[in-house]
Design a protein. Structure first.
Length: 198
C-alpha cells in the first residue's frame, strides 16, 4: 500500500472545513484510489475455503467463472465482472449480486453492470424451485435489452463453475486485468475532482 499523505484536515465538523483541509483529503485520495485493485484482490481472497455447502469454495467458483468466460473469448472487462460476480457473498449475504454490481458500476459498461446486478435472479432458474421459489422469476425481464446477455452469463459461465476438476486459473492470472479495469472510473460523483487531481 502506498503511503497516505501525512497532512490531515483539522475540522471537527465538516461545516468548518477549509480548502486546505480538503486539499489534504484530496491528496490522500489519489494513493488510496490507486490501491483499490489491491483491496479488491484481498477481498476476493476472503472467499477462499468457504464452500457454504457448495461443491467448491466461493473463490474457486469465482475463478472458474472467470476462466470459462476468458477461454470463451470474452473481453477483459467481462472477465473481471465474472471474477467479481460473487465478491459480495461475504457482506451481502442477502443481496450479494447488488454488492458486486455497486463495486463494478463506476468502471464497467451499463450492460455488464446490469448483468452482474441481476445474475442472482437469473441464476435462480437452476434452483429456486428446489427451495419453494419461482424458478422463472427472471421472466419479468424477458423484454429487457440485457436479458439474453444475462442468460448467457449464468448458463455458460456462472452455473457450470462448480466443477472441482474444471480448469481454474489462479487469481494471479487475473490480477493485471483487475488492475486495468479498476484503473480509472468511467463515472463517479467525484470524477471531476479525481481528474483534476490527476
Ligand atoms: Fe451469485
Ligand atoms: Fe456465482
Amino acid at each position: 500500500m502506498e503511503d497516505i499523505a501525512e497532512k490531515q484536515a483539522q475540522f471537527t465538523h465538516m461545516e468548518n472545513g477549509t480548502a486546505e483541509d480538503w486539499k489534504a483529503i484530496a491528496d490522500a485520495f489519489g494513493p488510496f484510489a490507486r490501491d483499490l485493485p489491491a483491496r479488491i484482490l484481498a477481498h476476493l481472497k476472503l472467499l477462499e475455503g468457504d464452500c457454504g455447502g457448495f461443491p467448491v469454495d466461493r473463490l474457486t467458483h469465482c475463478l472458474q467463472t472467470a476462466t470459462l468466460a476468458h477461454r470463451d473469448g470474452k473481453d477483459e472487462e467481462y472477465v473481471v465482472c465474472a471474477l467479481l460476480h460473487d465478491i459480495g457473498d461475504t457482506l451481502g449475504s442477502f443481496n450479494h449480486a447488488d454488492v458486486a454490481a455497486v463495486i463494478l458500476e463506476p468502471f464497467v459498461s451499463e450492460e455488464n453492470h446490469w448483468m452482474i446486478k441481476h445474475h442472482a435472479i437469473f441464476q435462480g432458474y437452476y434452483f429456486f424451485h428446489h427451495l419453494g421459489m419461482d424458478r422463472n422469476l427472471r421472466e419479468q425481464y424477458r423484454d429487457h435489452p440485457y436479458y439474453e446477455r444475462t442468460i448467457e452469463f449464468v448458463s455458460k459461465y456462472d452455473a457450470p463453475a462448480f466443477d472441482e476438476k474444471g480448469e481454474t486459473l489462479p487469481l494471479e492470472f487475473f490480477e493485471p486485468m483487475v488492475r486495468r479495469v479498476f484503473a480509472k472510473p468511467r463515472k463517479s460523483l467525484y470524477k471531476k475532482a479525481v481528474e483534476a487531481a490527476g
